[in-house]
Design a protein around this ligand. Structure first.
Ligand SMILES: Cc1cc2nc3c(=O)[nH]c(=O)nc-3n(C[C@H](O)[C@H](O)[C@H](O)COP(=O)(O)OP(=O)(O)OC[C@H]3O[C@@H](n4cnc5c(N)ncnc54)[C@H](O)[C@@H]3O)c2cc1C
Length: 414
């Protein structure tokens, strides 16, 4: 529920109402539908479009993420905006070898779903607006965080410049990959710059995408076209085109016709002629992992905890599994009457999620290394890798389960 006045104390304050903060708040509220937990979400920007989470991008939600949103009662609202991925086609430009993965062979309705971020924003923000147990304050920035014996003190800065001081037993920091609060708190990161940017845009083309997601590896980086719902009779896809930083600037500056020409050459004609490109945006890419995810009274979630290369479409999917695990654990902790911000509880969360996080981060990182390189040994490994993934069923199943967010024990609570 939107609020303008704050309580003095909350059980949990979520900083950042982006994709991860909003999803987590809904997951936590589902653990305490009777209002046993007092939750506050603070979001810095007022309009959905201004949030980095809900911009012009699209997100490939894994089958595992669908299950999580189903448990939260949100899938019903997301489903009309979700385009199923029935097949994934992974290929290497100019080289032999492709992996084809089909939903029927995995025994699922779809391998994943593509949703435009703006629709995720509409559904998640509506959920925050409606949820009786959640106070949602937007716009407001958390300007300062200080630990004390029973949790955290927060300085909430309103657009007028006024500051309200409140306390929380636990702060869930979900303020994204450029966290100024982490800087203040001295939380450090291990960062690996890929020297690449992802250019994103919605594109329209001649042929039906037939619910196939294309992932194509080119000498300058991976290029994906994810299926989107038709609009005004046009076949559409979400483009995520990874190129070197210098090439990205050149490509971004191209007029539309030259952009389309270059894209067509890189991607080929699997979808026929590409005839329209929407507005473009470029994202610098790095792997950034927080060196500590929890302190007494504080836990990091989403991009602030781990920002991944988008090549394997795993960032949000992993964060949703973290969010669900943390919410369930906090629900159990509250039932036992224990302190939500205790390090014993938060360390249990970190330890539980470690395997999934390590596996997912490695999967994304090595896919990026393998599929962005022109090094002859890696080109050979890639060629052999694609060939073997397609031919060896056990390999293919492992690869697909990781991509679908079903590897490890990701939805054990489903
Ligand atoms: C090109 C691209 C494609 C991607 N595709 C996929 C995909 O297909 N599948 C997938 O799983 N993942 C994908 N991802 C990753 C996914 O987008 C991220 O995991 C996700 O956006 C992380 O959300 P977040 O809420 O942690 O951070 P953010 O989106 O950065 O949101 C943080 C929020 O916190 C707010 N905020 C910041 N500071 C404060 C403050 N001090 N006080 C209050 N509020 C604050 C911000 O306004 C913002 O709304 C992709 C990423 C990129 C770059």
């Amino acid at each position: 529920m939107r609020v303008s006045a704050l309580q003095e104390h909350y059980d949990v304050v979520v900083i950042g109402g982006g994709l991860v903060g909003a999803s987590f708040a809904c997951a936590l509220q589902a653990q305490a539908p009777d209002g046993r937990l007092r939750i506050l979400v603070t979001e810095a920007v007022e309009s959905l479009q201004a949030s980095p989470s809900f911009d012009a991008r699209s997100t490939a939600l894994s089958y595992g993420s669908r299950k999580i949103y189903e448990q939260l009662g949100l899938w019903q609202s997301l489903a009309p905006f979700a385009t199923p991925i029935n097949r994934i086609h992974v290929s290497d430009r100019g080289r032999f070898g492709a992996v084809r993965i089909d939903h029927a062979s995995m025994g699922v309705e779809a391998l994943g779903y593509v949703v435009e971020n703006q629709y995720l924003g509409v559904v998640l923000t509506a959920a925050l607006d409606k949820a009786p147990g959640i106070d949602f304050l937007s716009p407001a920035t958390i300007a300062g965080l200080t630990p004390f014996s029973e949790g955290m003190r927060l300085q909430v800065q309103h657009p007028s410049g006024d500051i309200t001081e409140i306390t929380a037993s636990l702060v869930v920091l979900a303020d994204g990959g450029k966290s100024t609060l982490c800087e203040q708190l001295g939380v450090s990161f291990s960062v690996n710059h890929y020297d690449q940017k992802a250019i994103i845009s919605n594109i329209a083309f001649e042929n039906s995408h037939a619910n196939v997601a294309y992932e194509r590896f080119t000498e300058s980086g991976p290029l994906a076209v994810l299926p989107l719902a038709t609009l005004h009779g046009e076949q559409r896809g979400a483009l995520i085109w990874t190129v070197s930083e210098s090439e990205a600037d050149e490509i971004m500056a191209l007029p539309e016709s030259a952009f389309v020409q270059k894209l067509q050459k890189r991607f080929g004609h699997r979808l026929g002629v590409i005839h329209k490109v929407g507005s473009r945006a470029a994202y610098p890419l790095s792997l950034s992992v927080a060196r500590e995810q929890a302190r007494p009274g504080l836990v990091l979630l989403g991009n602030v905890a781990h920002t991944l290369h988008p090549v394997a479409g795993q960032g949000l999917n992993l964060a949703l599994r973290d969010a669900q695990e943390l919410a369930v654990l906090l629900g159990e902790t509250r039932k036992k009457g224990l302190s939500l911000g205790s390090m014993t509880v938060l360390q249990r969360y970190v330890d539980t999620q470690r395997r999934d996080q390590d596996a997912t981060i490695s999967f994304s990182h090595y896919m990026t290394q393998l599929f962005s390189s022109t090094n002859p040994a890696l080109v050979w490994a890639r060629k052999f890798g694609l060939f073997s993934i397609d031919l060896i069923p056990a390999f293919k199943k492992t690869f697909t389960r990781q991509a679908m967010g079903l590897a490890e024990r990701s939805i054990r609570r489903a």
